[in-house]
Design a protein around this ligand. Structure first.
Ligand code: PLP
Length: 400
Protein backbone atom coordinates (compact mmCIF):
# COMPACT_ATOMS: atom_id res chain seq x y z
CA UNK A 1 0.00 0.00 0.00
CA UNK A 2 1.49 3.36 -1.03
CA UNK A 3 1.35 6.61 0.89
CA UNK A 4 -1.41 8.15 -1.23
CA UNK A 5 -5.06 7.36 -0.53
CA UNK A 6 -6.84 4.72 -2.57
CA UNK A 7 -9.61 7.20 -3.36
CA UNK A 8 -7.09 9.31 -5.26
CA UNK A 9 -6.29 6.37 -7.50
CA UNK A 10 -9.86 6.48 -8.80
CA UNK A 11 -9.54 9.96 -10.32
CA UNK A 12 -7.37 11.57 -12.98
CA UNK A 13 -6.36 15.21 -13.49
CA UNK A 14 -8.84 17.09 -15.69
CA UNK A 15 -7.78 16.48 -19.34
CA UNK A 16 -9.12 19.88 -20.42
CA UNK A 17 -6.92 21.65 -17.89
CA UNK A 18 -3.97 19.43 -18.97
CA UNK A 19 -4.33 20.29 -22.68
CA UNK A 20 -4.83 23.98 -21.98
CA UNK A 21 -1.64 23.85 -19.87
CA UNK A 22 0.28 22.15 -22.70
CA UNK A 23 -0.92 24.79 -25.18
CA UNK A 24 0.22 27.57 -22.81
CA UNK A 25 3.63 25.89 -22.45
CA UNK A 26 4.08 25.64 -26.24
CA UNK A 27 3.05 29.29 -26.58
CA UNK A 28 5.59 30.30 -23.92
CA UNK A 29 8.26 28.49 -25.98
CA UNK A 30 7.38 30.83 -28.84
CA UNK A 31 5.27 28.35 -30.84
CA UNK A 32 2.31 29.71 -32.79
CA UNK A 33 -0.50 28.00 -30.91
CA UNK A 34 -4.22 28.74 -30.91
CA UNK A 35 -5.93 27.20 -27.87
CA UNK A 36 -9.56 26.25 -28.36
CA UNK A 37 -9.44 24.06 -25.29
CA UNK A 38 -10.40 26.24 -22.32
CA UNK A 39 -13.90 26.32 -20.90
CA UNK A 40 -14.09 30.02 -20.18
CA UNK A 41 -15.40 33.12 -21.94
CA UNK A 42 -12.82 35.51 -23.36
CA UNK A 43 -14.94 38.50 -22.21
CA UNK A 44 -13.95 40.40 -19.08
CA UNK A 45 -16.12 40.60 -15.94
CA UNK A 46 -18.57 43.55 -16.28
CA UNK A 47 -17.39 46.74 -14.54
CA UNK A 48 -20.37 47.08 -12.17
CA UNK A 49 -19.47 43.67 -10.70
CA UNK A 50 -15.82 44.61 -10.28
CA UNK A 51 -16.85 47.88 -8.61
CA UNK A 52 -19.08 46.01 -6.16
CA UNK A 53 -16.09 43.88 -5.16
CA UNK A 54 -13.86 46.93 -4.70
CA UNK A 55 -16.57 48.61 -2.60
CA UNK A 56 -16.85 45.45 -0.47
CA UNK A 57 -13.11 45.53 0.23
CA UNK A 58 -13.31 49.22 1.17
CA UNK A 59 -16.25 48.52 3.52
CA UNK A 60 -14.16 45.89 5.24
CA UNK A 61 -16.14 42.86 4.07
CA UNK A 62 -12.98 40.89 4.51
CA UNK A 63 -13.80 38.51 7.35
CA UNK A 64 -15.08 34.92 7.48
CA UNK A 65 -18.73 34.71 6.49
CA UNK A 66 -21.48 32.16 7.08
CA UNK A 67 -20.09 28.92 5.59
CA UNK A 68 -22.53 28.48 2.71
CA UNK A 69 -23.23 32.09 1.78
CA UNK A 70 -24.06 35.54 3.19
CA UNK A 71 -27.80 36.22 3.63
CA UNK A 72 -27.69 39.02 1.02
CA UNK A 73 -26.35 36.63 -1.61
CA UNK A 74 -28.74 33.83 -0.68
CA UNK A 75 -31.62 36.32 -1.02
CA UNK A 76 -30.34 37.41 -4.45
CA UNK A 77 -30.11 33.75 -5.51
CA UNK A 78 -33.70 33.10 -4.34
CA UNK A 79 -34.83 36.09 -6.44
CA UNK A 80 -32.90 34.73 -9.44
CA UNK A 81 -34.50 31.28 -9.18
CA UNK A 82 -37.97 32.85 -8.94
CA UNK A 83 -37.45 35.41 -11.72
CA UNK A 84 -35.69 33.21 -14.25
CA UNK A 85 -36.84 29.67 -13.46
CA UNK A 86 -40.16 30.08 -11.65
CA UNK A 87 -38.68 28.14 -8.71
CA UNK A 88 -39.47 29.00 -5.08
CA UNK A 89 -36.53 28.41 -2.76
CA UNK A 90 -36.09 29.76 0.76
CA UNK A 91 -32.61 30.99 1.82
CA UNK A 92 -32.29 27.82 3.93
CA UNK A 93 -32.53 25.85 0.67
CA UNK A 94 -29.55 27.62 -0.92
CA UNK A 95 -25.92 26.52 -0.82
CA UNK A 96 -23.09 28.76 -2.05
CA UNK A 97 -19.61 27.39 -2.70
CA UNK A 98 -16.26 28.15 -4.28
CA UNK A 99 -17.41 27.50 -7.84
CA UNK A 100 -20.11 25.23 -9.18
CA UNK A 101 -17.53 22.47 -9.04
CA UNK A 102 -17.32 22.60 -5.25
CA UNK A 103 -21.11 22.64 -4.88
CA UNK A 104 -21.32 19.58 -7.14
CA UNK A 105 -18.51 17.89 -5.21
CA UNK A 106 -20.26 18.58 -1.89
CA UNK A 107 -23.58 17.22 -3.16
CA UNK A 108 -22.09 13.98 -4.49
CA UNK A 109 -19.72 13.32 -1.59
CA UNK A 110 -22.55 13.97 0.89
CA UNK A 111 -24.91 11.46 -0.71
CA UNK A 112 -23.01 8.63 -2.39
CA UNK A 113 -22.42 5.32 -0.63
CA UNK A 114 -20.28 2.52 -2.09
CA UNK A 115 -22.18 0.81 -4.89
CA UNK A 116 -24.52 3.72 -5.60
CA UNK A 117 -24.99 4.38 -9.30
CA UNK A 118 -25.09 7.78 -10.96
CA UNK A 119 -26.48 8.09 -14.48
CA UNK A 120 -24.43 10.46 -16.62
CA UNK A 121 -25.39 11.18 -20.23
CA UNK A 122 -22.31 11.05 -22.48
CA UNK A 123 -20.58 13.09 -23.77
CA UNK A 124 -20.26 14.54 -20.27
CA UNK A 125 -18.30 17.18 -18.42
CA UNK A 126 -15.15 15.36 -17.30
CA UNK A 127 -15.61 16.10 -13.59
CA UNK A 128 -18.91 14.19 -13.20
CA UNK A 129 -17.60 10.63 -13.40
CA UNK A 130 -14.43 11.42 -11.49
CA UNK A 131 -16.23 13.01 -8.54
CA UNK A 132 -18.64 10.06 -8.47
CA UNK A 133 -15.69 7.64 -8.46
CA UNK A 134 -13.92 9.64 -5.76
CA UNK A 135 -17.06 9.45 -3.63
CA UNK A 136 -17.09 5.66 -4.06
CA UNK A 137 -19.99 5.47 -6.51
CA UNK A 138 -20.33 3.98 -9.97
CA UNK A 139 -20.83 6.26 -12.97
CA UNK A 140 -23.33 4.83 -15.46
CA UNK A 141 -22.86 6.58 -18.80
CA UNK A 142 -25.79 6.72 -21.23
CA UNK A 143 -24.66 7.60 -24.73
CA UNK A 144 -26.33 10.54 -26.46
CA UNK A 145 -25.62 10.05 -30.14
CA UNK A 146 -24.61 12.69 -32.66
CA UNK A 147 -27.63 11.65 -34.79
CA UNK A 148 -29.88 12.54 -31.83
CA UNK A 149 -28.26 15.95 -31.39
CA UNK A 150 -26.31 14.56 -28.41
CA UNK A 151 -29.49 14.21 -26.33
CA UNK A 152 -30.53 11.01 -24.57
CA UNK A 153 -33.89 9.42 -25.25
CA UNK A 154 -36.38 8.60 -22.48
CA UNK A 155 -36.14 4.87 -23.30
CA UNK A 156 -32.37 4.92 -22.75
CA UNK A 157 -32.84 6.68 -19.40
CA UNK A 158 -35.48 4.16 -18.32
CA UNK A 159 -33.17 1.29 -19.22
CA UNK A 160 -30.27 2.72 -17.22
CA UNK A 161 -32.24 3.08 -13.97
CA UNK A 162 -31.72 0.29 -11.42
CA UNK A 163 -32.61 -0.02 -7.71
CA UNK A 164 -29.08 1.30 -7.02
CA UNK A 165 -29.49 4.51 -9.02
CA UNK A 166 -29.00 7.51 -6.73
CA UNK A 167 -28.75 10.44 -9.13
CA UNK A 168 -29.19 11.47 -12.73
CA UNK A 169 -26.76 14.26 -13.58
CA UNK A 170 -28.48 16.42 -16.17
CA UNK A 171 -26.55 19.16 -17.99
CA UNK A 172 -28.27 21.38 -20.55
CA UNK A 173 -26.78 23.24 -22.40
CA UNK A 174 -24.04 20.67 -22.27
CA UNK A 175 -20.33 20.87 -21.86
CA UNK A 176 -18.89 19.47 -24.20
CA UNK A 177 -21.60 19.19 -26.90
CA UNK A 178 -23.49 22.48 -26.51
CA UNK A 179 -26.73 20.48 -26.83
CA UNK A 180 -29.73 21.86 -24.94
CA UNK A 181 -33.03 20.05 -24.37
CA UNK A 182 -36.29 21.73 -25.39
CA UNK A 183 -39.06 21.82 -22.81
CA UNK A 184 -40.77 18.87 -24.57
CA UNK A 185 -37.57 16.83 -24.69
CA UNK A 186 -36.95 17.50 -21.02
CA UNK A 187 -40.57 16.67 -20.08
CA UNK A 188 -40.15 13.28 -21.78
CA UNK A 189 -37.21 12.60 -19.45
CA UNK A 190 -38.91 13.92 -16.31
CA UNK A 191 -41.91 11.68 -17.09
CA UNK A 192 -39.55 8.72 -16.72
CA UNK A 193 -38.06 10.09 -13.49
CA UNK A 194 -41.47 10.62 -11.89
CA UNK A 195 -41.96 6.83 -12.05
CA UNK A 196 -38.76 6.20 -10.06
CA UNK A 197 -39.05 8.06 -6.75
CA UNK A 198 -35.66 6.86 -5.46
CA UNK A 199 -33.75 8.69 -8.22
CA UNK A 200 -32.60 12.25 -7.47
CA UNK A 201 -31.83 14.82 -10.15
CA UNK A 202 -28.76 17.01 -10.15
CA UNK A 203 -29.39 19.62 -12.81
CA UNK A 204 -26.24 21.48 -13.80
CA UNK A 205 -27.56 24.70 -15.33
CA UNK A 206 -24.18 26.40 -15.59
CA UNK A 207 -24.76 27.39 -19.23
CA UNK A 208 -28.39 28.48 -18.74
CA UNK A 209 -27.95 31.94 -20.22
CA UNK A 210 -25.84 30.87 -23.16
CA UNK A 211 -28.53 29.76 -25.62
CA UNK A 212 -29.07 31.06 -29.15
CA UNK A 213 -31.77 31.48 -31.81
CA UNK A 214 -34.56 32.23 -29.27
CA UNK A 215 -34.09 28.87 -27.56
CA UNK A 216 -36.12 28.69 -24.33
CA UNK A 217 -34.08 27.35 -21.40
CA UNK A 218 -35.90 25.15 -18.87
CA UNK A 219 -34.75 23.13 -15.86
CA UNK A 220 -36.16 19.84 -14.48
CA UNK A 221 -37.81 21.13 -11.25
CA UNK A 222 -39.56 23.80 -13.31
CA UNK A 223 -40.80 21.46 -16.05
CA UNK A 224 -41.93 18.80 -13.54
CA UNK A 225 -42.81 20.23 -10.09
CA UNK A 226 -43.23 16.66 -8.80
CA UNK A 227 -39.41 16.41 -8.92
CA UNK A 228 -38.84 19.55 -6.83
CA UNK A 229 -38.33 17.62 -3.58
CA UNK A 230 -35.56 15.47 -5.06
CA UNK A 231 -33.80 17.92 -7.36
CA UNK A 232 -30.67 19.96 -6.76
CA UNK A 233 -30.61 22.88 -9.20
CA UNK A 234 -26.98 23.94 -9.67
CA UNK A 235 -25.77 27.15 -11.24
CA UNK A 236 -22.95 29.67 -11.02
CA UNK A 237 -21.42 32.89 -12.22
CA UNK A 238 -18.39 31.55 -14.10
CA UNK A 239 -19.75 31.35 -17.61
CA UNK A 240 -22.53 33.88 -18.32
CA UNK A 241 -21.09 36.49 -15.93
CA UNK A 242 -17.50 35.93 -17.13
CA UNK A 243 -16.30 35.28 -13.57
CA UNK A 244 -14.36 32.01 -13.82
CA UNK A 245 -11.50 33.23 -11.62
CA UNK A 246 -13.76 34.63 -8.88
CA UNK A 247 -15.01 31.14 -7.93
CA UNK A 248 -18.70 31.29 -7.10
CA UNK A 249 -21.32 28.60 -7.60
CA UNK A 250 -24.63 27.88 -5.93
CA UNK A 251 -27.51 25.44 -5.77
CA UNK A 252 -31.09 25.28 -4.58
CA UNK A 253 -32.58 22.08 -3.18
CA UNK A 254 -34.10 20.27 -0.21
CA UNK A 255 -33.00 21.67 3.16
CA UNK A 256 -31.76 18.30 4.43
CA UNK A 257 -29.23 18.07 1.57
CA UNK A 258 -28.25 21.75 1.77
CA UNK A 259 -27.47 21.35 5.50
CA UNK A 260 -25.30 18.30 4.85
CA UNK A 261 -23.39 20.17 2.14
CA UNK A 262 -22.74 23.09 4.53
CA UNK A 263 -21.44 20.67 7.11
CA UNK A 264 -18.93 19.18 4.64
CA UNK A 265 -17.88 22.62 3.42
CA UNK A 266 -17.38 23.78 7.01
CA UNK A 267 -14.68 21.11 7.36
CA UNK A 268 -12.95 21.88 4.07
CA UNK A 269 -12.87 25.38 2.57
CA UNK A 270 -15.35 27.23 4.84
CA UNK A 271 -16.97 30.19 3.02
CA UNK A 272 -16.28 31.26 -0.56
CA UNK A 273 -14.35 34.57 -0.70
CA UNK A 274 -16.32 37.28 1.09
CA UNK A 275 -15.43 39.75 -1.67
CA UNK A 276 -16.60 37.42 -4.42
CA UNK A 277 -19.89 36.92 -2.61
CA UNK A 278 -20.58 40.67 -2.63
CA UNK A 279 -19.67 40.77 -6.31
CA UNK A 280 -22.16 37.93 -6.75
CA UNK A 281 -24.98 39.99 -5.24
CA UNK A 282 -24.33 42.71 -7.82
CA UNK A 283 -24.01 40.16 -10.64
CA UNK A 284 -27.44 38.67 -9.91
CA UNK A 285 -29.29 41.87 -8.93
CA UNK A 286 -27.54 44.31 -11.28
CA UNK A 287 -28.02 44.98 -15.01
CA UNK A 288 -28.13 41.86 -17.19
CA UNK A 289 -27.84 43.61 -20.55
CA UNK A 290 -24.30 42.36 -21.25
CA UNK A 291 -25.60 38.78 -21.49
CA UNK A 292 -27.53 39.23 -24.78
CA UNK A 293 -24.64 41.35 -26.06
CA UNK A 294 -22.12 38.58 -25.38
CA UNK A 295 -24.55 35.98 -26.74
CA UNK A 296 -24.77 37.79 -30.08
CA UNK A 297 -21.00 37.38 -30.42
CA UNK A 298 -21.14 33.73 -29.29
CA UNK A 299 -23.89 32.90 -31.78
CA UNK A 300 -21.89 34.43 -34.66
CA UNK A 301 -18.85 32.45 -33.60
CA UNK A 302 -20.82 29.22 -33.33
CA UNK A 303 -22.19 29.69 -36.84
CA UNK A 304 -18.73 30.48 -38.20
CA UNK A 305 -17.09 27.45 -36.56
CA UNK A 306 -19.87 25.00 -37.50
CA UNK A 307 -19.77 26.13 -41.11
CA UNK A 308 -15.97 25.97 -41.40
CA UNK A 309 -15.62 22.63 -39.61
CA UNK A 310 -18.25 21.04 -41.82
CA UNK A 311 -16.06 21.99 -44.77
CA UNK A 312 -13.12 20.03 -43.32
CA UNK A 313 -12.59 16.61 -44.89
CA UNK A 314 -13.74 13.77 -42.61
CA UNK A 315 -15.43 15.99 -39.97
CA UNK A 316 -19.12 16.22 -39.15
CA UNK A 317 -20.21 19.07 -36.90
CA UNK A 318 -23.80 19.43 -35.68
CA UNK A 319 -25.01 22.93 -34.76
CA UNK A 320 -25.76 22.96 -31.02
CA UNK A 321 -28.30 25.15 -29.21
CA UNK A 322 -26.02 26.65 -26.57
CA UNK A 323 -22.87 26.93 -24.42
CA UNK A 324 -19.67 27.90 -26.28
CA UNK A 325 -18.62 24.49 -27.51
CA UNK A 326 -19.07 22.36 -30.60
CA UNK A 327 -18.33 18.66 -30.67
CA UNK A 328 -17.48 17.49 -34.20
CA UNK A 329 -17.07 13.82 -35.03
CA UNK A 330 -13.70 12.95 -36.58
CA UNK A 331 -14.70 9.41 -37.44
CA UNK A 332 -14.05 10.14 -41.13
CA UNK A 333 -10.35 10.73 -40.40
CA UNK A 334 -9.70 7.51 -38.50
CA UNK A 335 -7.20 5.17 -40.18
CA UNK A 336 -5.65 8.02 -42.16
CA UNK A 337 -2.02 9.10 -41.82
CA UNK A 338 -0.92 12.45 -40.38
CA UNK A 339 2.00 14.51 -41.82
CA UNK A 340 4.27 13.02 -39.10
CA UNK A 341 3.64 9.53 -40.49
CA UNK A 342 1.44 8.56 -37.53
CA UNK A 343 -1.69 6.60 -38.41
CA UNK A 344 -4.74 8.03 -36.60
CA UNK A 345 -6.32 5.26 -34.54
CA UNK A 346 -8.10 7.34 -31.88
CA UNK A 347 -9.37 10.86 -31.37
CA UNK A 348 -6.49 11.38 -28.95
CA UNK A 349 -4.13 10.74 -31.89
CA UNK A 350 -6.15 13.25 -33.90
CA UNK A 351 -5.81 16.07 -31.33
CA UNK A 352 -2.12 15.39 -30.64
CA UNK A 353 -1.25 15.38 -34.35
CA UNK A 354 -3.36 18.49 -34.95
CA UNK A 355 -1.48 20.32 -32.20
CA UNK A 356 1.89 19.16 -33.54
CA UNK A 357 1.17 19.88 -37.20
CA UNK A 358 -0.93 23.05 -37.02
CA UNK A 359 -0.64 24.38 -33.47
CA UNK A 360 -4.36 24.13 -32.70
CA UNK A 361 -5.28 22.83 -29.24
CA UNK A 362 -8.64 21.05 -28.85
CA UNK A 363 -9.73 18.29 -26.45
CA UNK A 364 -10.36 14.69 -27.56
CA UNK A 365 -13.96 13.51 -27.30
CA UNK A 366 -13.13 10.24 -25.57
CA UNK A 367 -12.10 12.31 -22.51
CA UNK A 368 -15.78 13.30 -22.37
CA UNK A 369 -16.97 9.72 -22.82
CA UNK A 370 -17.74 9.80 -26.56
CA UNK A 371 -15.41 9.44 -29.50
CA UNK A 372 -13.97 9.65 -32.03
CA UNK A 373 -14.72 13.35 -31.74
CA UNK A 374 -13.23 16.49 -30.25
CA UNK A 375 -14.41 19.56 -28.38
CA UNK A 376 -13.82 23.02 -29.72
CA UNK A 377 -14.35 25.95 -27.38
CA UNK A 378 -15.28 28.98 -29.49
CA UNK A 379 -14.91 31.50 -26.66
CA UNK A 380 -12.24 33.42 -28.54
CA UNK A 381 -12.09 36.12 -31.24
CA UNK A 382 -13.53 35.58 -34.74
CA UNK A 383 -10.08 36.22 -36.17
CA UNK A 384 -8.51 33.42 -34.11
CA UNK A 385 -11.43 31.11 -34.82
CA UNK A 386 -11.17 31.67 -38.57
CA UNK A 387 -7.45 31.00 -38.50
CA UNK A 388 -7.84 27.91 -36.29
CA UNK A 389 -10.61 26.44 -38.44
CA UNK A 390 -8.59 27.09 -41.60
CA UNK A 391 -5.72 25.16 -39.99
CA UNK A 392 -8.06 22.31 -39.02
CA UNK A 393 -9.31 22.22 -42.64
CA UNK A 394 -5.71 22.11 -43.88
CA UNK A 395 -4.78 19.35 -41.39
CA UNK A 396 -7.75 17.21 -42.44
CA UNK A 397 -7.08 17.90 -46.12
CA UNK A 398 -3.46 16.80 -45.74
CA UNK A 399 -4.33 13.44 -44.13
CA UNK A 400 -3.49 10.55 -46.43
N1 PLP B 1 -20.58 22.51 -14.84
C1 PLP B 1 -20.16 22.51 -16.10
C2 PLP B 1 -20.93 21.78 -17.12
C3 PLP B 1 -18.96 23.16 -16.44
O1 PLP B 1 -18.53 23.14 -17.70
C4 PLP B 1 -18.24 23.83 -15.43
C5 PLP B 1 -16.95 24.48 -15.74
O2 PLP B 1 -16.27 24.18 -16.68
C6 PLP B 1 -18.75 23.83 -14.14
C7 PLP B 1 -19.92 23.15 -13.87
C8 PLP B 1 -18.06 24.46 -12.96
O3 PLP B 1 -17.79 25.77 -13.08
P1 PLP B 1 -17.24 26.61 -11.85
O4 PLP B 1 -16.65 25.69 -10.88
O5 PLP B 1 -16.26 27.54 -12.47
O6 PLP B 1 -18.43 27.33 -11.28
Amino acid sequence: MGFLAESLGRIKPSPTIAITGLAKELKAQGKDVIALSAGEPDFDTPDNIKEAAIAAIRRGETKYTVVDGIPELKAAICRKFKRENGLDYKPSQISVGTGGKQVLFNALVCTINPGDEVIIPAPYWVSYPDIVLFAGGTPVPVVAKLEDGFKIKPEALEKAITPKTKWLIFNSPSNPSGAAYTRAELKALTDVLVKHPHVWVLSDDMYEHLVYDDFEFTTPAQVEPKLYDRTLTLNGLSKAYCMTGWRLGYAGGPEMLIKAMASLQSQSTTNPSSITQWAGVEALDGPQDFIPRNNKAFKERRDLVVSMLNQAKGLKCPKPEGAFYVFPSCEGTMGKTAPSGKKLATDEDFVKELLAAEGVAVVHGSAFGLGPAFRVSYATSNKELEEACARIQRFCGNLK
